[in-house]
Design a protein around this ligand. Structure first.
Ligand SMILES: [Zn+2]
Length: 312
């Protein structure tokens, strides 16, 4: 089934609810209170809204959104599904301002919190190390934008690396990525990431930055590209994959999320990571990616309240 934007699930509330229930409960209506499957009835009556079920075992009422990031929201399900689709299908992300205009909300803040709930669903809750017997893992770090504190300037007036936000990235060739916002991209931080997130039997590719000099302590093989000597590709020894990924990420942060506060950066990293790890080349098109994310809304109630005045 194709879920282009003309699909009724994006403008008809009943169709949207049925669609969500189908993804949430593939084996029949499932009670979130006691876990009983396929033993609930939809409640009827004029004062009851559609989609409220009552469990025959524990007698408690519930809807399909209980226990998901969509829970306790006044936003109709068809708008949730549409926003979820738009975020999944937009390579460089979609701003809350854009969602606000496209979805006809009363306020920009509504769109902003909605987008953050969707990003919460994009977070990988059980991350496993990458690499191993594949084509190898590339690693690199990038610096961009100002940190929240006062930007330190070098003598020439340029913002120095340490005054910028640091992001360290691992990406497996033809595979998945892991993106980290770190306080400081120093040797210890980088080595900790390798130890915790890369399988020991991996072949690791980096540039010749001193940050990675001790990487071979944690991986089977460490191949270095001498960027400082003007070398960019030596056979299979390159970091082109990670640089391509940085390109998409930076264009997104510059063009779409330029007002992102540093305290929210990890959420945007989750978003870019999710799209990359579920990309077309891995057999995941816009529809499949959206469906996967709708499924991943489970068990991820947003843990933060409406705090923080910075909105992006
Ligand atoms: Zn129950």
């Amino acid at each position: 089934m194709a879920y282009d934007l003309t699909n009724p699930i994006y403008n008809d509330e009943e169709a949207a609810r049925k669609h969500f229930e189908g993804i949430r409960w593939p084996h029949g209506v499932s009670c979130p209170h006691c876990g009983t499957v396929d033993n609930s009835v939809e409640m009827q009556g004029k004062s009851t809204r559609a989609g409220v079920y009552k469990c025959r075992d524990c007698r408690k009422p519930f809807t399909a959104t209980v226990g998901t990031v969509y829970e306790r929201s006044k936003i109709p399900m068809h708008k949730w599904l549409l926003a979820t689709h738009l975020i999944c299908a937009s390579k460089k992300g979609i701003s809350a301002h854009q969602l606000f205009r496209m979805l006809g909300f009363g306020s920009y803040r509504t769109a902003w919190f909605m987008a953050h709930r969707i990003r919460e669903a994009m977070t990988d809750v059980a991350p496993a190390p990458i690499g191993g017997g594949g084509e190898g893992v590339e690693m690199d770090e990038t610096y961009f934008g100002p940190k929240n504190e006062i930007v330190k300037r070098t003598k020439k007036g340029k913002a120095s690396h340490s005054s910028k936000r640091s992001v360290v990235v691992l990406v497996e060739r033809k595979g998945k990525t892991k993106m980290f916002h770190v306080e400081r991209a120093d040797k210890k931080t980088v080595l900790d990431i390798i130890r915790d997130h890369v399988k020991p039997e991996t072949k690791l590719y980096t540039d010749d930055s001193a940050l990675y000099w001790e990487a071979s302590a944690f991986v089977a093989n460490h191949s270095v590209v001498k960027h400082t000597a003007g070398e960019y590709v030596r056979g299979i020894s390159h970091t082109n994959t990670v640089e391509g990924l940085f390109g998409v990420f930076k264009r997104g942060m510059k063009g779409t999320y330029q007002h992102c506060g540093e305290q929210h950066l990890h959420r945007y990293l989750s978003e870019f990571e999710f799209r990359y790890n579920n990309r077309d080349k891995l057999g995941c098109d816009d529809n499949a990616r959206t469906e996967k994310l709708i499924k991943a809304t489970e068990g991820k109630r947003l843990t933060y309240q409406q705090v923080g005045s910075r909105a992006a």
